[in-house]
Design a protein. Structure first.
Length: 134
């Protein structure tokens, strides 16, 4: 293909690494295709082929594990997670209000995997401060 510079298939039909033809930096990218999930294209942010292969295999194994467990293989935002939850559950007004309050704090999160104990502690402090203002 005219788009690719250097290219190597690490696992036929499932994992390949490549550079973009004419790119000044020569950064490696990978394409992962697992099952019926749309293919994932990701920059490996390295110009070294050996590092690119190692990172690509690592991403591939992580993606296979997520796919096997039925978990999202790409980043999931708080908003999309909440819309999936809303579609799956039927709950009352109290729960809806609590979820709305949680959403006000966490809606800026692009990837739910970024939520850690520190962020949850900040949520608890933020919630108490906002309840005191009422």
């Amino acid at each position: 293909m005219a788009y690719y510079g250097k290219q190597k298939h690490l696992i036929k039909g499932e994992l390949q690494i490549f550079t973009i033809k004419g790119s000044k930096r020569g950064v490696w990218y990978c394409i992962i295709k697992i099952g019926n999930h749309p293919r994932i294209r990701k920059s490996l942010k390295t110009t070294l082929r050996s590092d690119a292969e190692r990172q690509a295999f690592s991403l591939y194994n992580k993606s296979r594990a997520l796919y096997a467990e039925g978990l999202p293989m790409t980043n999931t935002s708080w908003k999309s997670l909440m819309s999936l939850y809303d579609a799956a559950k039927n709950y009352g007004n109290t729960t809806r209000h609590r979820l709305k309050m949680v959403g006000l704090f966490f809606e800026k999160i692009d990837n739910i995997r970024d939520i850690d104990a520190t962020l949850i502690q900040r949520w608890a402090k933020w919630r108490k401060e906002n309840e005191a203002k009422k």
